[in-house]
Design a binder for this molecule. Structure first.
Ligand code: SF4
Ligand code: SF4
Length: 427
């Protein structure tokens, strides 16, 4: 594809990278079939190929983008199904990241939109504020349940946060020679704080201590809003906390149990490219990143009950971390029957704050994913990303994190969602 950037524009490393990727695109359209918004809406402007054309025009021209371009770039889920599908090696992430940052700095959104985005950026990455928000939503639940549009999507997300669950003893202080840094992230701490308790227990059984390094948000949430300065701030905090924890006894790995955050961390060095102060540390940090399905070797056990599991591989796992198949192998070794979900390549619509910002598309994708999952007649749906789990929960089938199912299968506590499903069946 021909490009028309000026030499001054190409001096910007981000635009140079954009240009390099644009040149690789041959407009073949192979990516369109994997794009959830194109599959749903059938509009070329909501396909990767259509967005690429619009983003090129916007970035070459510079200045304020058209409302049309913003609408169609906003509708992109950043699922990166198109990146995996592209035979020419176009790295769509580099294009959409730069486009989002450009829109953020050159486009004035309507006031309501600005307020909503500000709220997401300033509240959701902070667990303390999120907890207060969920308490408030629960106190006004009759109102929160019927709120329309984006406010309603946000309120219902808060309502789904679980009540406090009984605590189970985990092995006391970290005692193993093998140590990994466990990042609790931000939103997960509020809406599913139990996943990491399972992670700690199942790793302890394998002789690994997971040491919590609570540095807060990884920056993914604001990065997808195009707020690059905010994202850098979070990433720097994370790197500093890791260096501090790593200095006395080095960690063999870095683990975060939300694959959406993990795939962002995998790219962290890239995001510090050209920054001599942070690049080397970011590269070292990213090189230690491991998913729970890589750290926990499969164990042959007999679970308390054999489950039929529909495994939902998050886009971040498939297209970001490229770890398809590992979660399924763990579940199978733990004695369960694992089934693939039809149209497994299509995003469920969660995508960070997407389900709040684009509730109609997110809801249509959720309905489609649940119908596909339920067509396999599962006892549970299992996934590896807090966003997907939260987005898909509330339907007929319980949705659990991979770590919780493995932990339970190996003798850990019964996840609350399983207990609830059992008691519903026995009524
Ligand atoms: S598959 Fe790749 S080369 Fe073909 S249109 Fe999509 S991005 Fe361009
Ligand atoms: S990232 Fe996902 S939603 Fe966005 S263009 Fe690519 S396939 Fe479509």
């Amino acid at each position: 594809m021909r490009t028309d950037f000026s030499l001054a524009q190409l001096a910007d490393p981000h635009l140079a990278e954009v240009e390099n990727n644009l040149r690789k695109c041959v407009h073949c359209g192979i990516c369109t079939a994997t794009c959830p918004t194109y599959v749903l809406l059938g509009d070329e402007r909501d396909s990767p190929r259509g967005r690429i054309v619009m983003m090129q025009k916007m970035l070459e021209e510079g200045g304020a983008p058209s409302a049309e371009t913003v609408l169609h770039v906003d509708r992109c889920l950043s699922c990166l199904g198109c990146r995996t599908a592209c035979p020419s090696g176009v790295d769509y992430a580099r294009l959409v990241d730069t486009a989002r940052a450009h829109i953020e700095t050159h486009y004035r959104r309507p006031l309501r939109e600005r307020l909503l985005r500000w709220f997401i950026a300033k509240v959701m990455p902070h667990p303390g504020l999120m907890r207060e928000g969920t308490t408030l939503a629960k106190a006004f639940s009759p109102v929160a349940r019927v709120l329309p549009g984006r406010l309603g999507a946000m309120a219902r997300m808060a309502l789904k946060a679980p009540p406090p669950r009984r605590k189970f003893r985990t092995s006391a202080a970290p005692t193993h020679t093998r140590r990994v840094a466990l990042l609790p992230g931000c939103v997960q701490q509020t809406i599913n704080p139990y996943t990491d308790q399972s992670v700690k227990r199942l790793l302890a059984r394998r002789g690994i201590s997971a040491v919590t390094i609570d540095a807060g948000c990884c920056g993914a949430l604001v990065h997808h809003l195009g707020r690059e300065e905010d994202a850098k701030h979070f990433r720097k905090k994370l790197l500093e906390a890791f260096e501090w924890g790593n200095s006395s006894q080095p960690f063999e790995a870095v683990l975060i149990s939300a694959t959406g955050c993990a795939s962002h961390i995998k790219e962290i060095a890239h995001l510090f490219q050209g920054d001599p102060k942070w690049f080397a540390g970011a590269k070292k940090f990213a090189s230690k990143l491991r998913d729970i399905s890589e750290l926990a070797e499969p164990r042959l056990v007999t679970p308390p009950r054999k489950l039929r599991i529909a495994y939902h591989a998050p886009c971040s796992l498939q297209h970001g971390l490229k770890l398809s198949g590992k979660g399924e192998a763990l579940l199978a070794a733990a004695g369960h029957e694992v089934m693939s979900i039809p149209e497994g390549h299509l995003c469920c619509g969660s995508a960070g704050s997407y389900s709040i910002l684009q509730p109609e598309i997110a809801s249509a994708l959720r309905t489609r994913k649940l119908a596909n999952a339920e067509s396999t007649h599962p006892d549970v749906i299992v996934s590896s990303n807090v966003g997907c789990i939260h987005h898909l929960s509330g339907g007929a089938v319980p949705v659990l994190h991979l770590a919780e199912v493995i932990d339970w299968s190996e003798g850990g506590p019964t996840p609350r969602e399983l207990e609830l499903a059992e008691s519903k069946k026995s009524r």
